[in-house]
Design a protein around this ligand. Structure first.
Ligand code: ZN
Length: 96
């Protein structure tokens, strides 16, 4: 993770250890994925064997790890870092 935003210079680490809370965000997102995959397997695959649940959930979570890592930090910034997206700034800088 970069130390500062290359566009506006915002310092991402608001305080020391700020992103420890992102672990809980990531955990919550992982639980949602596990539930979605489990329910989907139950209804779409007709309640397969336990090892199928475990394998599919593990592969899905491992595949989503980079996304979970980033979105957990973004959620932490939005919920507890007093940070919000400013579309007017983005349009000034031609950020899509
Ligand atoms: Zn920025």
């Amino acid at each position: 993770m970069p130390e500062k935003c290359p566009e506006c210079g915002f310092r991402y680490e608001i305080e020391l250890g700020f992103y420890w809370g992102a672990m809980y965000m990531s955990y919550g997102l992982s639980v949602v994925i596990v539930l979605l995959v489990g329910v989907s397997l139950y209804f779409l695959a007709g309640d397969p064997a336990t090892w199928v649940y475990l394998t599919v959930v593990a592969i899905t979570i491992i595949g989503f790890t980079p996304v979970l890592f980033r979105y957990a930090r973004v959620m932490m910034l939005y919920f507890f870092g007093s940070v919000s997206f400013d579309p007017s700034f983005a349009s000034q800088k031609n950020i899509p």
